[in-house]
Design a protein around this ligand. Structure first.
Ligand SMILES: [Zn+2]
Length: 304
């Protein structure tokens, strides 16, 4: 299944996120998006992406930005991009507050998500349109992503589905609704609910994705599609969704789990250790292995 796609290739470090997404769509592969809020996650993600020569998007949610600092995150990613001459991008993940949209655009993020998925469609459209206006006014090259269909909001391991999440095909957004949101708001990217949920189940895969819905929404919406809630999704679902029109895939919860398990193991192995860089050295490798697996899957490379 892996070798049906072309391998990634890229020319230089000057490509924009828009270029990279367009290229991914042509090749029927997807770019990986991974969240970070500490250096073990950051280096784990970057190490894997650079080694595979795969473009990558780093994400920081409103909460993660509150910890890392929006401007600091931008400075770090710009520095990494130069140092590795590699297409590494930064996304202001799930943003609910229009002031935070402006802050991200002014700080120099490559992309920002305005998440109005929990609102009634009309209100979602009105607020997303305003978010696009605010973001582009502050930074005309920033990409703005809109969300349609509620899929829950937290990146954690759960025992039952997030309340109110749209999973059944009757609850998923229709291609017409997706097209309406894109046409009225002028978002650059769209994340529709297609059976995906944020977070992952304890000991079971997540619900199946509606691949036909992905295909129909991509055709109607005519912008690259983003899949959130990649943790716990089956490999064959990823492959089907990417072939059907997903160009960017978000994975967060799984990396958090790997980070935490690695940290627990190292604390046990090094009970007297007080140097963070020694405690986290192997955690970086753990995160990197997980990211490597995802990037290979999304990019059509053979597993290691
Ligand atoms: Zn998400």
């Amino acid at each position: 299944v892996f070798l049906h796609y072309a391998f990634f290739s890229y020319n230089n470090d000057m490509q924009t996120l828009r270029d990279v997404l367009r290229d991914a769509e042509k090749r029927k592969v997807a770019i990986g998006h991974f969240n970070f809020s500490d250096f073990a996650q950051l280096w784990g993600i970057v190490r894997a992406a650079v080694a595979l020569k795969a473009p990558v998007v780093l994400g920081v949610s409103e909460g993660e930005r509150g910890f890392v600092g929006a401007r600091t995150a931008v400075a770090i990613v710009q520095s990494l991009r130069k140092e590795f001459r590699h297409p590494i991008f930064l996304n202001a993940d799930h943003t609910y507050d229009l002031d935070k949209v402006r802050e991200a655009a002014e700080a120099g993020f490559d992309a920002v998500i305005f998440d109005g998925a929990k609102l009634p469609l009309d209100e979602n459209i009105a607020r997303t349109k305003e978010a696009v206006r605010i973001a582009k006014k502050a930074n005309r090259t920033i990409l703005v992503e809109g969300e349609i269909g509620y899929i829950g909001q937290s990146s954690k391991v759960f025992e039952a589905l997030p309340e109110g999440a749209a999973i059944n095909s009757d609850d998923l957004p229709t291609p017409e609704q997706a097209a309406e949101l894109v046409n009225k708001t002028k978002v650059d990217l769209l994340a529709p609910a297609v059976g995906n949920v944020h977070g992952m189940f304890k000991g079971a895969p997540n619900p199946n994705l509606d691949i036909e819905r992905v295909r129909a929404i991509r055709k109607a919406a005519r912008v690259p599609l983003v899949l959130h809630g990649g943790s716990g999704v089956r490999d064959e679902d990823f492959i089907g969704a990417i072939k059907a029109g997903i160009s960017l895939v978000h994975v967060s919860t799984e990396l958090r789990v790997v980070w935490r398990e690695g940290l627990d193991r190292e604390l046990e192995k090094q009970p007297d250790q007080i140097a963070p860089y020694k405690l986290f050295r192997e955690v970086v490798s753990d995160v990197s292995r997980q990211v490597d697996e995802h990037l290979r899957l999304f990019g059509g490379k053979a597993p290691a």
